[in-house]
Design a protein around this ligand. Sequence first.
Ligand SMILES: Nc1nc2c(c(=O)[nH]1)N[C@H]1C(S)=C(S)[C@@H](COP(=O)(O)OP(=O)(O)OC[C@H]3O[C@@H](n4cnc5c(=O)[nH]c(N)nc54)[C@H](O)[C@@H]3O)O[C@H]1N2
Ligand SMILES: Nc1nc2c(c(=O)[nH]1)N[C@H]1C(S)=C(S)[C@@H](COP(=O)(O)OP(=O)(O)OC[C@H]3O[C@@H](n4cnc5c(=O)[nH]c(N)nc54)[C@H](O)[C@@H]3O)O[C@H]1N2
Ligand code: SF4
Ligand SMILES: [Mo]
Length: 872
Amino acid sequence: MSRVHTSCAYCGVGCGITVDDAKTLAGDTEHPANGGALCVKGGSLMETLAFPNRLLYPRLHGQQVSWDTALDEMAAQFGRIIAETGPESVAFYVSGQLLTEDYYIANKLMKGFIGAANIDTNSRLCMSSAVMAHSRAFGEDVVPGCYDDLEITDLLVITGANTAWTHPVIFRRIQQARARRPEMKMVVIDPRKTMTAEQADLHLALRPGSDVWLFNGLSRYLLDHDLIDNAYIEEHVNGFSELHAQLMTPDYELANVAQKCGLSVSELQTFYRWFGENEKAVTLFCQGINQSNQGTDKGNALINTHLLTGRVGKPGASPFSMTGQPNAMGGREVGGLATQLASHMTFSDENCDRVARFWNAPNIARKPGLKAVDMFEAVRSGKIRALWVVATNPAVSLPDSVMVREALAKCEFLVVSEMTPKTDTAQFADLLLPAAGWGERGGTVTNSERCITRQRAFTNAPGEAKPDWWAMAELGKRLGFADAFNYNDTVDIFREHAALSGFENSSRQFDISALATLTDDEYEQFTPRQWPLPAGKNAASQRLFGDGCFSTPNGKANLLTVVPQEPVLKRKAERQEGSWLLNTGRLRDQWHTMTRTGHLPRLMETEPLPKVYVNQHTLQASGFSEGALIRINSLQGSVMTLLGRDDGLRDGEAFMPMHWSDDFSSCSGVNRLVAPVVDAVSGQPQFKQTEVMAEAVNVKWHGLWVGQHEPELEVSWWARRPLDAGECRRLTDETRTAEQVWFQLAQQGRWLRLPLKGGWLAVKLNQGRIIGLLLVSTTHQQVNIDLLAGLLGLPMNSTALSTTLEQALAGDSRMICSCFRVSEKQIVDAIGEQGISELSGLQSLLRCGTNCGTCVVELKKLLHKHTSSNEA
Ligand SMILES: Nc1nc2c(c(=O)[nH]1)N[C@H]1C(S)=C(S)[C@@H](COP(=O)(O)OP(=O)(O)OC[C@H]3O[C@@H](n4cnc5c(=O)[nH]c(N)nc54)[C@H](O)[C@@H]3O)O[C@H]1N2
Ligand SMILES: Nc1nc2c(c(=O)[nH]1)N[C@H]1C(S)=C(S)[C@@H](COP(=O)(O)OP(=O)(O)OC[C@H]3O[C@@H](n4cnc5c(=O)[nH]c(N)nc54)[C@H](O)[C@@H]3O)O[C@H]1N2
Ligand code: SF4
Ligand SMILES: [Mo]
């Protein structure tokens, strides 16, 4: 048997994975992040490798070409445009899903050789506020804590993060620690009662955007109650008197803070008291903090509370920023953001000279480049004429996708490196380059706790797909910089990256120069290790800054006086009557724009359709019914989506997942609504707050398609999901009646129509076998899709058809456990028919909730609901 140790392609937890014989995947029991555990996304990585549409060859204007032709053309276009209008008229937009080696080459090529800093990354949308908050407070973008802190702390504060869904293996570690030490408390701060919040000892459903009030209020409370560490502040912290002066005003008295946050004085006081009492406190934060018009300030307001109490980089006591993507951290190390130069260095003359010397770079960039949102605006206005997009899908993930798509369409020469030609962004490409993906290419990634792990290939890339670093180096050579981009393999790049981190470095924590001398073999055998690892060191300390010495000029950390601001809501005039405040984020089983997870039936089952959620009260006030198709409008654009109910939301607030793209639904991508409002310091978009108005859609009929292929039917709205044997689609039309639709179908031939109550069923046949079923009715019906799909491929038999149809129309059941495919109906039946009344009973009977554990809360809810109603 051959075993390969690698790491997960998804979130910033950075779980280790083993793959045996290129077939069997398991959690790596030796990896410090997960010790063998995996969540449902990581656990299905092998299945996701079977992409339905893999990009296999370079395509220039839609035609297959050789790599040579593709790269020559690319160099010619980039070269021409640079010669005509300068280096600032070209740009790279890259991704936290690249490996460190890819990232390093992209950064070196743009900033050292092309000679501008117009390289930015989707980490701008993700981590840039945390980067800036760390830099402002500590003098460097460093996460001081580690995962063990989340287990040994006495108070874990989770703010702006739905960790149970987004970092499931870390959440599992937290829950196991709480089970071992029930005295450990968990506070969750989130306007939504998420799956994470459900499990907290205290949930603060604060008014969206009011975090600076909340944390400044905490700092004030610590001052009032003499809960600060005066000696630590004296020795290790700048800016105390300014902060003190700012906070000792009536604004930050408890009652006012509570009112600003929309919380009661008593719940706020409980949190503040706990924070004051517990020496060991960790504040974990993610996108509810970062994706804001003042994400950097929010980060600093929360770091202030840790500096005031001396709780930075100590066991169980630290602020802790979770990274989103698997290698967002590696990108930050390399300097892949337009606002950093390289290797944790900014654009000072000294740094620019140093990096130019190290790279032997003729054209070192001397000032920051454009941040993501500005970069796409520059593409739209024609200032940037050639753009290379690598491993990200900006047409879906950037705010204001209407504008972004316009920019992509206008771009004079757009290159997209992808694994699939089906992404919304790839549709606009002049040149498409096929990328080798997870399992097919090797390199390194760094997770949220600064742990570097090797990602290793265990299979060959299909067709002519190549690793991204190779294509980047080839472009570098063709632009005339052959010597600087002459690498045989990723190990050469890694050694250079490690050497740069230690080059003339006397002040930066990011130093891995001990790894600059790794042999090829040592790189191959590399086991997970945290940084820093300066020359001569073999192991890093788990935590940083615990001694109170920071990376600032005087070695002290900075407290920041940050002033609360309201979210910026783009609207015509005043707030419109009946508008909703729209929040966006993630679902448990989907990854971003669904290119890697949307084709797996198992991962689509829990949330098969695009939905916007509001609570019962808001639903009633809106006058729409649950499940209705509605249109949502903002100043930016509009989307169509189904309406769902989630009573964990506050009144007047809505939540919509970020995942849907035009590949999965005709018009449900939420970023068509989100305005390009950004944080003034970091440039990170405010994805979490948008004012929207909902509007009824007058559909003429409700359709459901289950077929081996797409239906050939033009409709005004559809959403699809994959099935093992084809696809399932919800569709509807605002203009044409059901009869007009039938007329169109009838003309195509080979359709059989059967009448049904309130509608009809059209059966599509091919050589006497059923290849598709279209159910059309005046009201939407719950249908068991699996039963209908079971008919596909069978010979037409009207008795079998009507029996199955009858059963299918008896209803559908929601999937609760994705790992073992256990539906709500199976669980309710087990409770009702087999008399199961405890979680352990469900777990041993159905196995649900025994793998990743993220559905346990739902299982408990169902037990509660159905056992208590039995007794009543
Ligand atoms: N399943 C899954 N997991 C993922 C990903 C994925 O696509 N799918 N993506 C990965 C990536 S790249 C990232 S960045 C992470 C993101 O991980 P998270 O940040 O945990 O996820 P989100 O759902 O974006 O948002 C977090 C929470 O912020 C809350 N929030 C909104 N506004 C506010 C506010 O004003 N204040 C506070 N305190 N909270 C607010 C939202 O209600 C939401 O519950 O997830 C990673 N993990
Ligand atoms: N409304 C709203 N929008 C958001 C967010 C939100 O919370 N709300 N969150 C934001 C955040 S935090 C993030 S991180 C972004 C994520 O947004 P994106 O980065 O746009 O999302 P992905 O779907 O992960 O795109 C990655 C693409 O890279 C391709 N790919 C995978 N592996 C490789 C490879 O090795 N090489 C190449 N060349 N391609 C590869 C995949 O097929 C996929 O199309 O979305 C942001 N947008
Ligand atoms: S928790 Fe994150 S890194 Fe671990 S298996 Fe799940 S998606 Fe992968
Ligand atoms: Mo992210």
